[in-house]
Design a protein around this ligand. Structure first.
Ligand code: 5GP
Ligand code: ZN
Length: 227
């Protein structure tokens, strides 16, 4: 996409300013600063940041061949080229979005319904005994393609898929500290709507009564390791 010299200069200045800030400051100020850019400038940045060469954008546009199993105007699902098991599907939004928190609430709701249906389709088609829904955000979490995607992996007894971690022993204080810190972040759920860039686009009045926490604190135990 060709941008006017002055539009590119504006982008460079913005990134220079962001570069001189701390991470905290960037987080606080970036949404406001990005709002000043035109849609063409935003698109230009996305292309610069890898949207242009992204393999999943290529798949979404039909420029990179893939074994498609589902498509609509927002999403596409294809067979993973390095499957954990035959029938391993990756489901992705066509728009170049890096990680899940950037997906709008509306598309997230649609995506989850489709992933549910796809997991049933994969389960039936492969005669699987189970299915994993897996979604990695960030390289440290195992994300190798920086375009949001959700894995749907059919599972079979004695297959070679491994999803596991060594359970940590936390103190009561450590659990409580985490509960406090995460609850602080979730208290506005339902009241605020953000767009894909993390900008606040709507603030709803909170008419619903806050749900009281359940008395029982322990979540049902899940089996974390395969024997
Ligand atoms: P991640 O590790 O990022 O969660 O998963 C990326 C997945 O995308 C990997 O399982 C990898 O095999 C798959 N993958 C990477 N490039 C391509 C490609 O060009 N086509 C298809 N179909 N899958 C890909
Ligand atoms: Zn992409």
């Amino acid at each position: 996409m060709a941008l006017a010299e002055k539009d590119i200069k504006e982008i460079e200045e913005l990134f220079e300013k962001l570069g001189s800030m701390t991470l905290e400051e960037q987080r606080a100020k970036a949404p406001e600063m990005l709002k000043k850019l035109s849609p063409e400038q935003i698109e230009f940045i996305k292309q610069q940041q890898g949207g242009g060469q992204c393999p999943f954008c290529g798949i979404a546009k039909g420029e990179i061949p893939a074994k498609k199993v589902y498509e609509d105007s927002n999403f596409i699902a294809v067979l993973d080229i390095n499957p954990g098991n035959p029938g391993h599907v990756i489901f992705l939004p066509k728009e170049h979005i890096a990680v899940l928190p950037q997906l709008s609430d509306d598309l997230t709701a649609k995506a989850f319904v489709l992933v549910k249906k796809l997991s049933g389709a994969v389960f039936d088609a492969t005669n699987a005994q189970g299915v994993n829904i897996l979604q990695n955000n960030g390289a440290v979490a195992g994300q190798t393609v920086p375009h949001l995607h959700i894995h749907i992996i059919p599972r079979f007894d004695d297959d070679k898929v491994r999803i596991e971690w060594d359970p940590l022993k936390l103190t009561e204080e450590q659990f409580e500290e985490m509960q406090k810190r995460i609850s602080e972040k979730t208290k506005d759920f339902g009241k605020k709507v953000y767009d894909v860039s993390g900008n606040l686009v709507e603030e709803k009045e909170n008419k619903k009564e806050e749900k009281k926490p359940e008395k029982k604190e322990d979540a049902p135990r899940i089996r974390r390791r395969r024997a």
